[in-house]
Design a protein around this ligand. Structure first.
Ligand code: NDP
Ligand code: DGY
Length: 330
C-alpha cells in the first residue's frame, strides 16, 4: 500500500492500481489524503478493512465486496463509494443507503467496448474460432473438408437479448446488420428504444425457445441470479448458442455444463464466470464448445482510461457534496 502523505483531511482509500487518468485527477484535486492498494491483484480482505478505516471516500472495483462489515470498518466519515464499474452487485446497496452514503458508477462509457466484445465472443463461439486456431497449431488441419469445423451463422437467425439495457441495445444494434431476421428481447418492461432495432418484447420462455442465439446482458439481481438453469437450457434449441457477458452468477454453471456436454445446446461463450478467475481445472474448460474469456468486456485502453476518470470525478463530487457526473440513484 502506498500513501500520499499530505495535510489534506479527506481520507480516500483506493483498492487497486487504476489507470493513471483517474489517479492524476485525484492527486491534482489536492483535497484527498490518498491511500492506494498499489497492486494489480485484489486487496486482501484484512487490508481492505484496515485501509478503509476512517475514510471519507472509497474507490473500489467489482471484485471488492462492499458489505456491512466494510462499512462498519470505515465508520461514520464515509460519504462516497465510487466503483470503477457499471455493475454494482458487489455493493450492499441497502446498507449503503441506510448510512446515507452516495454511490458513483460508470454507465455509458463502457457500453460500446462491452457490446463489441460480446459480438466478438458470439462470433468466436458460433464459428468455432478457438477450435480452428488450435487445429492450425496442433496439425489437425489436414485439408479443406466440407464438414469440418462447421458452425452456425447469424444470417436469417433469431437473436434473443435478456436485458435490453444500455449494453443489450448496443449489442442488438451491432448484430442486426449481420442479417438477423428477428430480434427478441425480455426484461421487466418493454422498451420504446427497441423500435430502433425492430425488437419484439416477449416472455422469457418464448425468447429461450425461439432464439438461435441467447445473449444475456442484464444486471445481476436477486431475480436474475441463477436464471439460466437446467429448465432454461432444456427449452433452448439444440442448435442454439448461449452468450453471457453480464455476471457469472446469472448462470448455474453445473447446469450449463450438463447442457453443453449432452448436446442439449450447441455452444456457449462466457466473459463472466463464478468464481473469477475460473479454476483451470473447471469442467467447463474441458469442453470444446465452451469459449471462456477472462471478464474483458470493457477492456480497451481508452475505455478503461475514461472509466478511471469518471470514477475519480464521481468520488471528488461525493467528497465535496456536489453533483456527480454519474451517480447511482439509490
Ligand atoms: P442497464 O441497467 O442499462 O441494463 C440492465 C438491464 O437488465 C436492464 O435493461 C434491465 O431491464 C435488465 N434486467 C433487470 N432485471 C431483469 C430481469 N429480471 N430479467 C431480465 N432483464 C432484467 O445496465 P448496462 O447495460 O449498462 O449493464 C448491464 C450489466 O452488464 C451490468 O450490470 C454488468 O453486470 C454487466 N457488464 C459486464 C461487463 C463485462 O466486462 N463483461 C462490462 C459492463 C457491464 P429493465 O430496464 O426492464 O429493468
Ligand atoms: C462492469 O463495469 O460492470 C464490468 O463488469 C467491468 O467493466
Amino acid at each position: 500500500m502506498y500513501r500520499m502523505s499530505t495535510q489534506q483531511t479527506l481520507k480516500v482509500f483506493v483498492t487497486r492500481r487504476i489507470p493513471q487518468e483517474g489517479m492524476q485527477i485525484l492527486q491534482k484535486a489536492g483535497i484527498c489524503n490518498l491511500s492506494v492498494w498499489d497492486s494489480d491483484e485484489p486487496v486482501p480482505r484484512a487490508e481492505l478493512l484496515q485501509g478503509v478505516a476512517g475514510a471519507h471516500g472509497l474507490l473500489c472495483l467489482l471484485s471488492d465486496k462492499i458489505d456491512a462489515e466494510v462499512l462498519d470498518a470505515a465508520g461514520p466519515n464515509l460519504k462516497v463509494i465510487s466503483t470503477l464499474s457499471v455493475g454494482f452487485d458487489h455493493l450492499a446497496i441497502d446498507e449503503i443507503k441506510k448510512r446515507g452514503i452516495r454511490v458513483g458508477y460508470t454507465p455509458d462509457v463502457l457500453t460500446d467496448a462491452t457490446a463489441e466484445l460480446t459480438v466478438a465472443l458470439l462470433l468466436a463461439t458460433c464459428r468455432r474460432l478457438p477450435e480452428g486456431v488450435e487445429e492450425v497449431k496442433n496439425g489437425g488441419w489436414s485439408t479443406w473438408k466440407p464438414l469440418w469445423l462447421c458452425g452456425y451463422g447469424l444470417s436469417g437467425s433469431t437473436v434473443g437479448v435478456i436485458g435490453l439495457g444500455r449494453i443489450g441495445l448496443a449489442i442488438a444494434r451491432r448484430l442486426k446488420p449481420f442479417g438477423v431476421k428477428r430480434l427478441l428481447y425480455t426484461g421487466r418492461h418493454p422498451k420504446p428504444q427497441a423500435q430502433e432495432i425492430d425488437g419484439e418484447y416477449v416472455l422469457l420462455d418464448t425468447l429461450v425457445r425461439e432464439s438461435d442465439f441467447v445473449v444475456v446482458s442484464c444486471s445481476l439481481t436477486p431475480d436474475t441470479q441463477g436464471l439460466c438453469d437446467k429448465t432454461f437450457f432444456s427449452k433452448m434449441k439444440k442448435t442454439a448458442i448461449f452468450i453471457n457477458t453480464s455476471r457469472g452468477a446469472v448462470v448455474n454453471q453445473e447446469d450449463l455444463f450438463g447442457a453443453l456436454s449432452s448436446g442439449q445446446i450447441a455452444a456457449a461463450g462466457l466473459d463472466v464466470t463464478t468464481p473469477e478467475p475460473l479454476p483451470t481445472d473447471h469442467p467447463l474448460l474441458t469442453l470444446k464448445n465452451c469459449v471462456v474469456l477472462p471478464h474483458i468486456g470493457s477492456a480497451t485502453y481508452s475505455t478503461r482510461g475514461v472509466m478511471s476518470e469518471l470514477t475519480a470525478n464521481n468520488l471528488l463530487a461525493g467528497l465535496t457534496g456536489s453533483e456527480m457526473p454519474t451517480e447511482l440513484k439509490l
